[in-house]
Every structure is written in C-alpha cells, then in structure tokens.
Design a protein around this ligand. Structure first.
Ligand SMILES: O=c1ccn([C@@H]2O[C@H](COP(=O)(O)OP(=O)(O)O[C@H]3O[C@H](CO)[C@@H](O)[C@H](O)[C@H]3O)[C@@H](O)[C@H]2O)c(=O)[nH]1
Ligand SMILES: [Mn+2]
Length: 437
C-alpha cells in the first residue's frame, strides 16, 4: 500500500549530481518502494534536468537559501563552505511528510529499504572513517520547522567541524553514538563502496546483504566512462578500484544506461521549453513513474553482491517503455534527441573538461551588492553536462562555462552566487585587499 505521508528525499544542486539523483530514484522505484520520492534542487539545475527529474520523482522542490531567514545569510557570509550543508538541512522543512529518509545523490539502493521508516530520528549508520560519528549520506529524520531552525542556528553559532553537513549533524545529534542502539543503522544501509574493503573478510561475509551502497568520496560513478557493450566501467588507469567497487559502479551505470538515458530520449525540446521557467516546484504527475521507469533496467539480473532481490520483470520485460532496439540504433536516437542540450558524438573534438575546482574567472561584481532575497529564481537554460555517447563508450562530463563579465554580473545580481568557488568570501576578501593596497 502506498504511504503518502512518508518520503525518500535526496538533493542535487547541479546537473552532475542530478545524474546521481536519477539513478537513485530509479533504483528505489526498481525495488518498489511504497513511499514518495522527493528531490531538492537549487536554481543552478537546468530546465531539462528538472523535467527529467519530474518523470521519476513525485516532487521536485527548488530550495533557495537566499529566500530564507537572515541567520542563513549570516552563516553563508561567515562560512561560505556551508552552502551545500545548509541546502541539505532544507529536508527538515518538508513538513507535509511525517517521516523521511534522506539519501545522498551518490547512493544506490540494492533492495527494498522501506523498513527504514520504522526507525526514529536521527537514525544513521556509522561512518567508516570514524565509527563514533554517523555518516550523513543515509539518515532517518522527522521534518520539523523547529528542528530546522535549531539546526540553522547551530550552523550559524558553531559552524561545522568538517565544514559540511556531516560535522554539523553529528554535533547537533551528539548523543547518537551512545543514547540508543536502535538509532544505529546496520552498515548494510550505507555501505561505503570504496572504503569498506579494508576489512575484506567482513565484506565477504556480509557484503551480499548490502541494501544501500554509497559512492562516498571524490570519485563518483558519473566520473567514470562506461562501455555499454561490455556492461562495465572503463579502467581509468589508476588501478585502485577494487573488484567490489567495480561491480557497484557497473550496476550504477547499468541503471543509468537502461533507464535514465531513455528518459532523455523521450523528452522533446518543446516540453522542456514549455516547462514554466518560474515554477519553484514541479510535480511528477504527468507521467506515472510506475509505468515508465521501474524495473526496466534489469538490475536484478546482475550478479553484483546485494542485488539479490528477485525482479518481477526481466531486463527486456514487457513493461519496458521503449522498444528493444539494436544498441547502435538506440545510441543514435539518444544522440539526436540530446544533441541540443549537450550530447556530442565521441568522434567530435573533446570538450574541455571542468576540473571541478573553483573557477578562476575574475570577479566583476562588487562585494557590497546585496543578495536579493526577493529575486525571481528562474532557472538557467543551459545544461551543465555533456552526454558523450557512442556505441562503445558513454561519459557524463561537466561543461566548462566561461561566463562573460556581463553574464557574471547578471548571475550575481540574480543572486546566483558561487559561494563555494569564485564568489567565496575568502576570494572576495582577497580582491578587496588587492584593491585597497
Ligand atoms: O555539489 C554538490 C555536492 C553535494 N551535493 C549533495 O550533497 C550530498 C553530499 O555530498 P557527497 O559528494 O555525496 O559527499 P560524500 O562524498 O558522500 O562525503 C561525506 O561528507 C559529506 C559532507 O559532510 C556528507 O554530506 C556526506 O553524506 C558524507 O558521506 C550529495 O550526495 C548530493 O546529494 C550536491 O547536490 N551538490
Ligand atoms: Mn555521498
């Protein structure tokens, strides 16, 4: 029976993390969750991704910190690194749900985990690096404006010992490690795929029971290239990826290839442009997720540890929403339909790859320009990812966006400020110091 007042919640502040959110949402559908699916996004997420997310999630909710209370501004200005952290905390504002489970966008569900809703706030699994702390990639919580306010106040007053949400949440819910063992989720609900294997015998013993895998750390599944013919990620040459990690990465990509890419195919440009630019919340009412996405990826056919729940449908099952085609043909369709948002042929000259660090563009806007809390949060049109698709290789790449000084100024004026990068307070300070010398 569907439970409409409980939800799985994730967060994606840009188009890259949206790829993770999509695979996560699909994996929850594949395993027939009875709870709602919610994704929180920020204004940076492109229109196309909003539409695609709305195919899979029941609610796509834009959160915009600049619209919130003054102490958020304060926390931002003093601690720009808290940006993503404070965005995650927005999940406590979802008070139309009585209980939620937050899952990072870099997690993948391997079996039905609806039983997590039997737990109470704040339940989480130990962090593999420091097991007296919980990892904040998977946690059970109860939405409450009061708790949200207290968390923000805590952020403004004390910051976070790791500069992000995990440190903040651990110091706020500081009794987690001692007070109630029921709040310790078993590690199989947040298996860190790249660190767990230092204790290989335990993985051998318990790994096949894993229910949620977490691609914690800097190398995310979408940073890898995937060969759809072999069904495996390409060796990036580092040689450091364990066999377990590889099988989870392959699983992530299988879901992406079989179920997410077809969503891009099916979205026409008209629909994207027709989507209301000023809407702050898109709901997935148009296409019932139950018919489109679930069980289409054939995940359960995979022998990856943990993917042991039997699927009702075979990978090429009758509910598959697109015709089973020659892989080459399907690839071509993807390329054509995605061409304008950013897909390119792999033979094309490669686009420059963003390095992920702060952009080095000079800051033109003056720092005294206030953040306009009443601004119109209309989303940018530009897709921030490139899907490079060929018969033997798929990759998702971040687009390098070199903004003109005018575009930068406009972004700043619209309140779309890169707190983590070039508009970080430290950088503004540097500029001021240079100017005042
Ligand atoms: O640019 C970003 C960065 C993060 N996120 C969201 O925030 C989550 C956390 O970031 P992630 O890159 O997954 O961090 P981890 O590598 O998992 O690192 C750890 O440290 C983070 C900061 O404390 C915690 O949020 C994580 O739960 C914890 O596992 C992501 O999954 C997304 O949902 C974005 O939407 N955009
Ligand atoms: Mn994570």
């Amino acid at each position: 029976m569907p439970v409409s007042d409980q939800a799985f919640v994730t967060l994606a502040t840009n188009d890259m993390y949206c790829q993770g959110a999509l695979v996560l949402g699909q994996s929850l559908r594949n395993h027939r969750t009875t709870r709602k699916l919610v994704v929180l996004i920020t204004p940076q997420v492109s229109r196309l991704l909003r539409v695609i997310l709305s195919r899979l999630f029941d609610e796509v909710i834009e959160v915009d910190l600049t619209d919130s209370a003054d102490y958020i501004h304060l926390a931002f200005l003093k601690r720009p690194e808290l940006g993503v952290t404070l965005t995650k905390l927005h999940c406590w504002t979802l008070t139309h749900y009585s209980k939620c489970v937050f899952l990072d966008a870099d997690t993948l569900v391997l079996s039905n985990v609806d039983e997590l809703f039997a737990r109470t706030e704040l339940s989480a699994a130990p962090d593999p690096g420091w097991p007296d702390c919980f990892n904040s990639g998977v946690f059970v919580f109860r939405p409450s404006l009061e708790t949200h306010g207290l968390l923000l106040q805590h952020a403004a007053d004390h910051g976070s010992f790791d500069g992000a949400d995990q440190g903040l949440l651990n110091s706020f819910f500081s009794s987690w490690s001692t007070a109630d063992i029921h709040k310790h989720l078993p590690f199989i609900y947040n298996l860190s795929s790249n660190t767990a294997y230092t204790y290989s015998p335990a993985f051998k013993q318990f790994g096949s029971s894993a229910k949620v895998v977490h691609f914690l750390g800097s190398a995310k599944p979408w940073n890898y290239k995937y060969n759809p013919q072999t069904g495996s990620v390409l060796d990036q040459g580092s040689g450091s990826v364990s066999q377990h990690q590889t099988s989870f990465l392959n699983l992530w990509w299988r879901v992406y290839h079989r179920s997410i890419l077809p969503l891009y195919e099916r979205i026409g440009h008209e629909e994207v442009h027709a989507s209301p630019g000023h809407t702050t919340c898109l709901t997935g009412g148009g296409v019932p997720c139950a018919n489109s996405a679930p069980t289409a990826d054939g995940m359960c056919a995979d022998s990856t540890p943990g993917a042991r729940e039997p699927c009702a449908n075979s990978p090429e099952g009758s509910r598959q929403p697109w015709p089973a085609e020659d892989p080459l043909e399907r690839t071509m369709v993807v390329e054509e339909s995605c061409a304008s948002p950013g897909a390119r042929h792999s033979e094309d000259p490669p686009a420059d790859k963003a390095e992920g660090g702060p952009r080095e563009e000079p800051l033109e806007a003056s720092p005294e320009r206030p953040v306009d809390a009443t601004r119109d949060p209309s989303p940018p049109d530009a897709l921030e990812v490139d899907l490079a698709i060929s018969v033997s290789e798929i990759s998702i790449e971040e687009k390098v966006k070199v903004l003109s000084p005018e575009e930068q100024r406009r972004k700043w004026e619209e309140g779309r400020i890169d707190y983590m990068g070039k508009d970080a307070f430290a950088r503004i300070q540097e500029k001021l110091d240079r100017f005042l010398q």
